[in-house]
Design a protein around this ligand. Structure first.
Ligand code: FMN
Length: 187
């Protein structure tokens, strides 16, 4: 009888151990959440950002200015239009209408149009609105032709303790190329 119970106990233990093993395989640790935050006045950056979010299965957040930019604000051929005044002032921090709890995201893709060779100042407002230490920041932009290098360098200066990647100019490459680039980052 003792032998019978010992055998039953051993069999039960093996069953439980294998059940635990398969449960762990079925429920791997949840992937870390990624946020795609974007600022876009005319839709180009929004389109690129939403494509990135779809590929990464990321949450999205639109950086909406408290004071919306009018066409006159964006008319960079007019020397003193709002966008030009802000870009000339490295301390300008246009206010954002709503906030997001960025603490829950380890990786944040920040998407913006290039203004005067760099990121719009409202992007500076955004990245300074949370503690970026330990996060990975991925800058992406759209532009008429300018690259993202100056913006990525500026963001590196603002995002203390973060790993700010080189980023990429989007809008001029197709979805497969965007996906291949995102895959290469192993986010
Ligand atoms: C104020 C302002 C400045 C700009 N400066 C540049 C620039 O320096 N280089 C460039 O290639 N494009 C520049 N552009 C063009 C935008 O980067 C481009 O049209 C972008 O795709 C717009 O994105 P959106 O539709 O998401 O707003 C500028 C646009 C504006 C409004």
């Amino acid at each position: 009888m003792k032998k019978f119970f010992a055998a039953m106990f051993a069999a039960l233990t093996i069953c439980l151990m294998s059940a635990c093993g398969s449960a762990a395989e079925q429920n791997p640790a949840p992937a870390e959440k990624i946020l795609v935050a974007y600022f876009s006045c005319n839709g180009h950056t929004k389109k690129a950002a939403l494509e990135v979010a779809e590929i990464l299965h990321a949450d999205t957040f639109e950086i909406v200015p408290e004071k919306i930019y009018t066409p006159a604000d964006l008319d960079y051929r007019t020397e003193n239009c709002r966008a030009n005044i802000e870009q000339k002032d490295s301390a300008a921090r246009p206010a954002i209408a709503k906030k997001i709890d960025a603490a829950q995201y380890k990786t944040i893709v920040v998407a913006f149009p290039i203004w005067w060779g760099a990121e719009p100042r409202i992007i500076d407002t955004f990245v300074e609105s949370f503690d970026s230490a330990g996060k990975t920041i991925v800058p992406v932009c759209t532009s008429g032709g300018s690259d993202i290098h100056a913006a990525a360098k500026n963001l590196r200066g603002l995002c203390k303790g973060a790993n700010v990647l080189d980023g990429k100019r989007l809008g001029n490459i197709n979805r497969d190329e965007v996906k291949a680039w995102l895959d290469s980052l192993k986010l």
